[in-house]
Design a binder for this molecule. Structure first.
Ligand SMILES: *Cc1c(COP(=O)(O)O)cnc(C)c1O
Length: 460
């Protein structure tokens, strides 16, 4: 046990580069029932690969509907992953001492990527498959700017162009994102913009709109759908995106095994669901195989509570209604969340796979307010050193709440959470918090009802 004892004391659990996982995990074939099909926005018939061909390269479409449990990560992608992967797993000794209970807390840190978040795990993969298919340019939306930065970085790695539509509220709050994207050679516009038919329509109706992820998606999709040599790229929500992120959980499984620990609770923040899924899917596989019994919990912002307060039904992924209809927990596609600082969590829907898992009771969900998450994130930073991105402040806060509950009950819990990005590019949020200007928003019941009234009625 000496080896185990020693390693359990470790602060930073490093997986040797030779141990870098070489396959992504597809959870779909392991589920007790398959997730509902995507439907065509016009006909409401199941979407086939050809319907998606104007937007995505065939390799990614096939991954989207794949029934294979594991997919080989191409060498070209692994080579770029090695710039920062395997990412470290930390034992939160400082946090444990501060809370003073019996909980042992671990976090997987994705802030070590070139753009400071988990997003390049899929951006690099998507750029690779598009480049392989001869695509010259990718269009996309971005909320807080992490996804736009990640895709601009990935496009640079494969010599492609990148056009980014950023939600207006975030574009104004986070000017350095523009500089990052342009440094990588990308082009960025605030959304709604005058570049697209849909953007012009929204601006006409509401010139002061803060924008939303749904509106930005509509613009980026329109650009790809109306230009032959442009394809669209999405940073979350879709099955293939979640699958690319499973590299996080595959590494974490090995790292937890290195210190002979098994998590009792696994926590991640959710906007579209990708960093959460990336960490938890491999653990759900182990749970379904009877090898461990962790509680798995998603944390969302109270201002955009799709999983805790949304309804589970077919809705559009974007605001214009151009994307396929997907069955998910939704607040209604016209819903525009308040401009909270966790821009990456301001989305009306949820990944269909995450929604399906919630429906199957394989995961739990809670919603937290931003003043609570920032209060906890500051405490975290003062003992652990890392300033979390605004989105993972939600995971940090819930992990701390869980450790407090363990202290009250005296239970020796092992908590694992995903610290999916640092906050260095989002210090405006901390500035607002430290200046006492951060506000919480009431649960937007009435606005959700208005938005839900415009969701199409689809059988199933
Ligand atoms: C984009 C982003 C999120 C939200 O997206 P998910 O797909 O839910 O992960 C959360 N945290 C960070 C750091 C992000 O960049």
């Amino acid at each position: 046990m000496k080896r185990g004892r020693f390693l359990i004391m470790a602060t930073k659990i490093i997986l040797p580069e030779a141990e870098l996982p070489t396959k992504w995990y597809n959870i779909v074939p392991d589920l007790p029932s398959p997730p509902p099909a995507f439907l065509h926005p016009g006909t409401h018939e199941p979407v086939g690969p050809d319907d998606l061909a104007p937007l995505f390269p065939m390799d990614l479409i096939l991954q989207e509907v794949s029934q294979d449990r594991f997919l080989d990560i191409p060498d070209e992608v692994l080579e770029i992953y090695r710039m920062w992967r395997p990412s470290p797993l930390y034992r939160a000794h400082g946090l444990e001492r501060m809370i003073g209970g019996p909980a042992r807390i671990y976090y997987k840190y994705e802030g070590v990527s070139p753009v400071g978040s988990h997003k390049p795990n899929t951006a690099v993969a998507q750029a690779f498959y598009n480049a392989k298919a001869g695509v010259k340019k990718l269009s996309t939306e971005t909320g807080a700017g992490q996804w736009g930065s990640a895709l601009a970085f990935a496009c640079a790695m494969f010599g492609m162009e990148c056009e980014v539509y950023q939600v207006r509220a975030s574009y104004d709050q986070k000017p350095y994102r523009k500089a990052i994207i342009e440094s990588y050679g990308g082009v960025i516009y605030p959304s709604p913009s005058t570049n697209t038919q849909y953007g012009r329509k929204v601006l006409e109706e509401d010139p002061d709109t803060p924008g939303s992820l749904g509106i930005a998606i509509s613009e980026a999709v329109e650009v790809a759908a109306t230009n032959e040599d442009v394809k669209y790229s999405l940073g979350s929500v879709l099955n293939h995106v979640l699958m690319h992120q499973t590299i996080i959980g595959e590494e974490a499984l090995k790292q937890m095994a290195m210190v002979e620990e098994t998590p009792d609770v696994i926590i991640g923040c959710i906007g579209g669901g990708s960093n959460f899924s990336g960490l938890v899917f491999p653990f759900i596989r182990e749970k379904l195989a009877g090898k461990m019994e962790p509680v798995i919990r998603a944390v969302e912002p109270a201002a955009a509570p799709s999983l805790t307060k949304g309804s589970y039904q077919y809705d559009f992924g974007d605001t214009a209604g151009m994307t396929p209809l997907v069955k998910m927990h939704t607040l209604g596609h016209p819903f525009v969340p308040e401009p909270i600082h966790a821009g990456g969590l301001r989305y009306h829907g949820m990944a269909p796979l995450v929604s399906h898992l919630r429906q199957l009771d394989l995961i739990e969900a809670v919603a937290l307010n931003q003043t609570e998450t920032f209060t906890k994130a500051i405490e975290f930073a003062r003992v652990e050193g890392i300033i979390p991105g605004p989105e993972p402040t939600h995971a940090v806060a819930e992990a701390m709440n869980e450790a407090e509950r363990a202290k009250e009950s005296g239970e020796e819990k092992v908590i694992l959470f995903n610290l999916c990005g640092h906050g260095h590019f989002d210090m405006g949020a901390y500035q607002a918090f430290l200046g006492g200007e951060l506000e919480d928003y009431e649960h937007p019941e009435e606005r959700i009802q208005q938005a839900m009234a415009r969701v199409p009625v689809v059988a199933g």
